[in-house]
Ligand binder design. Sequence first.
Ligand SMILES: Nc1ncnc2c1ncn2[C@@H]1O[C@H](COP(=O)(O)OP(=O)(O)OP(=O)(O)O)[C@@H](O)[C@H]1O
Ligand SMILES: [Mg+2]
Length: 263
Amino acid sequence: MSSQIDNRAIKKALNKVNNSAKSNRSLKKRSEDYQVFQDVFNKPTLLTLYSLFNNGTLSYLNGIVNSGKESNIFWGVTPDGNDVAIKIYLTVASEFRKRLQYIEGDHRFKNINTHGHKLIELWARKEFKNLSKAYSANLPVPKPIAVKQNVLVMDFLGIDGAPYPTLSETEVEESDFEELLKLIKQLYQQSNLIHSDLSEYNVFKNSNDLILFDFGSAVDVSHPMSKDFLLRDIINICKFFSKRGITTLDAENIFKEITENDV
Ligand SMILES: Nc1ncnc2c1ncn2[C@@H]1O[C@H](COP(=O)(O)OP(=O)(O)OP(=O)(O)O)[C@@H](O)[C@H]1O
Ligand SMILES: [Mg+2]
């Protein structure tokens, strides 16, 4: 497949980056596409991908699945032939600064450098850690596979490079609302986590199963604002289901029910 990127292609791209930096430091006119490519596949990111190819995590990269403000998601394949999602956090995104509140205050991330590139790497590590915690408590989340610098590798949730639809993209029923509340409660009680960015855009639906993803913002229950984030998640979910014509419960009551065993 000509669009596949393997370690030889990465090596070539690295050479190109090096050469163009050397020979044309003042290249002014860049097409928008080229700029986007540069933003994602900058030299540190190419080096990171290269090492993931070389250490046997990845065999090749297929197409892009989604490009967001903070990350791009690619469909990749492991040497065993398993599909993976590769989330490449954009090292140029300024969005991360705004989201410092989800890191500061989480005791798991005390005393760490939150400047520049380090902040993006921290964000990738945080998502990996959160996924690992939820996954090991048997919650339906993508299985985390590896994290290196700004690149996170996890199980691909979908078929042939097409992700499962999110709740925003598919039909929903009352049973989905109930299931989602159960998952929020399990996440809280079994993993000590609050998603903190929960919405119809961050939940996949595959047949009747729901899968939570996008865990970069998730915080430990000990975070000083964790209760605010929990209530906000519940309100978001209630709003979405009632917009879809489903009778929901009162957000405050759901919140009380989830936190009633807190000491
Ligand atoms: N594990 C996965 N398997 C398959 N597709 C995925 C996976 N994770 C993310 N995606 C795809 O990438 C999209 C964005 O993922 P995610 O929400 O984690 O990133 P984001 O940085 O929050 O992006 P956005 O700004 O678009 O919300 C998802 O809606 C989905 O289409
Ligand atoms: Mg998202």
